[in-house]
Design a protein. Structure first.
Ligand code: SF4
Ligand code: SF4
Length: 412
């Protein structure tokens, strides 16, 4: 069963509606009714024999658990703790483990912790090498460290600007070595990971060179992939692996700010996971974990998964809006769109996103911010300061002022 069929089945069960891709997305956004989820410490046990849903990972045809283990945090814990976390995840049906050569000793910990269960999981790792020689060396190291002779998905890592994109595809570049490794049977599929640069995302997806793409995506959607990039990947049958579903930890509130709800011991974490999992263009979502308690809680959310209802989405954005700006990855706007419609038809979240990118991006990526600004159909200068948007904003933003600041930024 492919992802669309799975989600259809899930939603037909929940809502009694048969629907196709776009309509399906609308239903996910509109939400479906659901029973309250267990909220005590026995979440995994309460989920009983429920399986974590598996989805087809694009043209790889691998059926991967929609919730996956991101190994980025394993260097923070010792070998035994890492083994406990990994084995617990496998015990509960997580069958996709993702790491990277540059996540310090994570590969070694994967090898020591679960190499003996190699037939129970798909393994993905990544290399930042840009040339063939570098990639070959890193791949051989990864194989050795993870005590395996085969990596299911090997990814060219952080190809996040035009020069990196050109370097990996040049003669003698990293892609060439990945192809050779595939021919030699050392790797199964070739993927790519891209941050921020939507031009590279577009080119990677449409190039036909990659079977998976890893992207940042969460309720804040600070890299703006929801509207175009995720559907484009779906159209080209490129498997979508989501990283930073919790914005690299920025959507993990401090202990004192935690509120139970939305299916987990912290509503922002559980709600963010359900937000991402509820997107029909997402095949699997990685969450970096460094404690068995986190693994248990996240598995429980994944096992009991249902898309957020409208009311729950609103609750989630209200909660994220209450987090300090620093907890929102320095993003002030959450891109929730609740400020819309604007009477003069300014696309407020996109205008604020362009301004955030303009401030945050390095010189070689400024063109992305400029393109987003130029793409606005109504210039933010058209704001008549009516204030209706402010009343709707869960983050309590002074939107008219921010728009004027954005205009000034682009006039500098
Ligand atoms: S204050 Fe400006 S941006 Fe907000 S709704 Fe009114 S016109 Fe639109
Ligand atoms: S300005 Fe406020 S309401 Fe509008 S998208 Fe951003 S956070 Fe949401």
């Amino acid at each position: 069963m492919n992802r669309r069929d799975l989600l259809k089945a899930l939603l037909v069960g929940a809502a009694g509606v048969v629907t196709g891709g776009r309509a399906l997305r609308r239903i996910v956004e509109e939400g479906v009714s659901r029973e309250p989820l267990p909220t005590d410490g026995q979440r995994v046990a309460d989920a009983g024999d429920t399986e974590i849903v598996r989805r087809r990972l694009g043209s790889t045809d691998l059926e991967v658990s929609m919730f996956s283990f991101g190994a980025i945090k394993l260097p923070n814990i010792d070998e035994q703790e890492a083994a406990d976390c990994l084995n617990l995840a496998l015990d509960h049906g997580v069958n996709f483990i993702d790491t990277a050569r540059n996540y310090r000793d994570s590969e070694e910990k994967i090898g020591k912790g679960i190499a003996h269960r190699r037939d129970e999981y798909y393994l993905a790792t990544k290399s930042t090498a840009r040339d063939a020689e570098g990639l070959e060396e890193e791949l051989n190291t990864s194989l050795r460290e993870m005590q395996t002779d085969y990596i299911d998905i090997y990814q060219l890592h952080t190809v996040s600007n035009q020069s990196a994109w050109e370097a990996v595809r040049a003669p003698g570049g990293a892609y060439e070595a990945a192809l050779t490794a595939q021919e030699d049977g050392k790797i199964g599929h070739i993927g790519i990971t891209v941050h921020r640069d939507r031009n590279v995302m577009r080119e990677a997806i449409t190039s036909g060179l990659f079977e998976t793409i890893m992207l940042c995506y969460n309720p804040v959607d600070s890299e703006g992939v929801a509207a175009e990039i995720l559907p484009l990947a779906d159209e080209h049958d490129v498997g979508v692996i989501i990283m930073k579903a919790l914005q690299g930890g920025a959507l993990c509130p401090p202990e004192e700010a935690r509120v139970e709800g939305l299916g987990g011991p912290d509503a922002v974490i559980a709600g963010s996971m359900r937000f991402v999992l509820g997107d029909p263009y997402v095949d699997t979502m990685l969450v970096g974990m460094e404690a068995t308690e986190q693994v248990e809680n996240n598995i429980a959310v994944a096992k009991a998964f249902e898309p957020l209802t409208d009311e729950e989405r609103r609750e989630l954005f209200d909660l994220i809006g209450e987090l300090r700006p620093a907890m929102r990855y320095d993003q002030t706007c959450l891109r929730c769109g609740y400020c819309l419609p604007c009477p003069v038809e300014i696309d407020i979240p996109e205008a604020l996103r362009a301004a955030d990118m303009k401030r945050a991006y390095a010189d070689d990526l400024q063109h992305i911010a400029d393109e987003a600004w130029d793409d606005l159909e109504v210039h933010p200068e058209a704001c008549i300061d009516c204030g209706v948007c402010k009343d709707r904003c869960p983050a309590g933003l002074e939107i008219p002022e921010l728009l004027q600041e954005a205009v000034a930024l682009y006039e500098e």
